[in-house]
Write a protein that binds this ligand. Structure first.
Ligand SMILES: CCCCC/C=C\CCC/C=C/CC(=O)SCCNC(=O)CCNC(=O)[C@H](O)C(C)(C)COP(=O)(O)OP(=O)(O)OC[C@H]1O[C@@H](n2cnc3c(N)ncnc32)[C@H](O)[C@@H]1OP(=O)(O)O
Length: 229
């Protein structure tokens, strides 16, 4: 898989060349296997291959990997652990579920909860964004399913995005369609990736894009023809 260039950097873990390639072939011999570290929390599984320095973080929270307080807490802890592991240079975030990358914020967290709980939840959403955006590692979203709203934010917050091509998969900040306004920092994250004009239109109409349409609008430089990647 090949990835394009980004304007962010400044970390010793970033490759010298601005174009980087990630190989994810199957492990074939024992020395390779021994360099693999796995950890699993209820909602997130992490596999780190210390020989390549690449970790794969898989979301495993059925039915739709919604971003609940528990999910976000596990996500931040997993990311922090990888940050502290000097053998880890990059992380691929993806879904273990078929058809869904993430349905975005867990709607049940925003309904009928106490002000304290709402505050805790919202802080966790912001924490996820800050940690992912500020990560020293190269971060890649392998979007192997639908990714509306907060799921899209998570993908946009990564350095690179690859999306599986499937007409049923959509990505976008579609909050307007739900009758809510995307917070300004969701909007800013999208502007940073696709620019003002595309963001303005996408947010006004609450658009969800297919992988080829998103590619055309420079959301990423690559998409994957397999339905699972
Ligand atoms: C508390 C402080 C608040 C501060 C307020 C400030 C600002 C407001 C917040 C603004 C930001 C919002 C960002 C968001 O992310 S809002 C969430 C937006 N996401 C969605 O609306 C996604 C809606 N879901 C879908 O479009 C589809 O479910 C799908 C992801 C495309 C999957 O479709 P499909 O495979 O057909 O599955 P189902 O639709 O049948 O769903 C299965 C199951 O999952 C439940 N579910 C779906 N999405 C969510 C979700 N986001 N949170 C929680 N649960 C979700 C769905 O209800 C089904 O459940 P049941 O099987 O029990 O019926």
């Amino acid at each position: 898989m090949g990835f394009g260039t980004v304007s962010r950097g400044g970390s010793s873990r970033w490759p010298d060349q601005r174009l980087c390639t990630v190989e994810m072939g199957p492990p074939c011999h024992t020395s390779c296997l021994s360099r693999r570290k796995s950890s699993s929390s209820p909602k997130i599984k992490v596999d780190l291959d210390s020989s390549t320095g690449i970790a794969v973080m898989k979301f495993q929270s059925p039915p739709v990997n919604s971003l609940s307080l528990d999910f976000l807490t596990e996500f931040c802890i997993s990311l922090e652990k990888l940050e502290m592991d000097r053998s880890c240079r990059g992380v691929v975030v993806t879904s273990a579920l078929p058809k869904i990358f993430s349905a975005g914020l867990d709607i049940m967290e925003m309904y009928g909860k106490s002000p304290e709980r709402c505050g805790e939840f919202w802080k966790a959403v912001q924490e996820m964004w800050l940690k992912l955006y500020g990560s020293n590692m190269v971060t890649i979203a392998a979007i192997n399913g639908s990714s509306p709203a907060g799921g899209c934010l998570m993908a946009l917050t990564c350095d690179y995005r690859i999306m599986a091509e499937n007409p049923r998969y959509g990505i976008g900040l579609n909050e307007t369609q739900l009758g809510i306004v995307a917070p300004f920092w969701f909007k800013d994250t999208m502007v940073n990736t696709v620019g003002h004009r595309t963001t303005e239109l996408a947010l006004e109409l609450g658009l969800l894009y297919s992988a080829p349409d998103a590619l055309r609008l420079a959301w990423w430089t690559s998409w994957c023809r397999r339905t699972r990647c």
